[in-house]
Design a protein around this ligand. Sequence first.
Ligand SMILES: C[S@@+](CC[C@H](N)C(=O)[O-])C[C@H]1O[C@@H](n2cnc3c(N)ncnc32)[C@H](O)[C@@H]1O
Length: 259
Amino acid sequence: MAYEFDGKRYRDASSHQKRWGGRIISELPLRGDERILDLGCGDGALTAELAERVPDGSVLGIDASEGMIRVAEKNALPNLRFQLLDINALASLGEEFDLVFSNATLHWVKDHATLLQNVHNLLSDGGCARFNFAGEGNCSNLLKVLRRAMSLERFTVYFSDFEWPWHMPAVGQYELLVAWSAFQDYRVWPENADHFFSDADEMIAWIEQPSLVPFLASVPQRDKLAFRNFVVEQMLLQTRQTNGRHFETSRRINVLAFK
Ligand SMILES: C[S@@+](CC[C@H](N)C(=O)[O-])C[C@H]1O[C@@H](n2cnc3c(N)ncnc32)[C@H](O)[C@@H]1O
């Protein structure tokens, strides 16, 4: 299941995603002529950074949200393309890549056995996958508050057939999955990226775009604001620090796997 996001608001609310992704990109040992695929490129800022690292190569960013792709396409570079495509339909991509990169996205994908197989099929011999996504323990405050909001009498009726949007496995569980995949040479490791938002506004922007989107999609217009306000108010209360900043857990899974 894929959702529709506001690319501009995401661009303005994603400084911490950009920080993690930017660090990973800066550490990639690139020659400069690689063909790269970015899964869940969002607003395309990191995809453009990848394109700058491979002036003699090419980069394709895919995302299932039109709102994200529209904003991503504003990053114009001669070796950079974007395509509206669901990661679950990767098998339809008839191209070969030397690197498949993904930042802050793959916890939105449920079937990772198929994902790993599809990525392996798309890679050239010796090519590699480099992922960073949310694992067990991520956003522990937000998940608690969302579950509470969904169980309130006023809102619970809207969630009777709701599909939980995220898959955040334990690192050991994911390592087993990679061990069972076609990748032979791989490393899977955890990262504690717990985060202090500088103020309430920064945290609210992150809650609204992208985290709240799948939940609000299930709530009718007349109750959307009340649901949003409940989540925001509870989050501010639960996470406020004495210095005015707001804390949230951020537990990541890193994957480096070679074909
Ligand atoms: C948190 S954003 C990350 C964007 C970008 N990689 C970054 O680090 O800033 C997650 C992105 O994954 C995309 N996404 C989620 N599920 C998807 C799917 N099944 N197929 C393609 N894109 C998906 C969303 O539309 C969104 O743009």
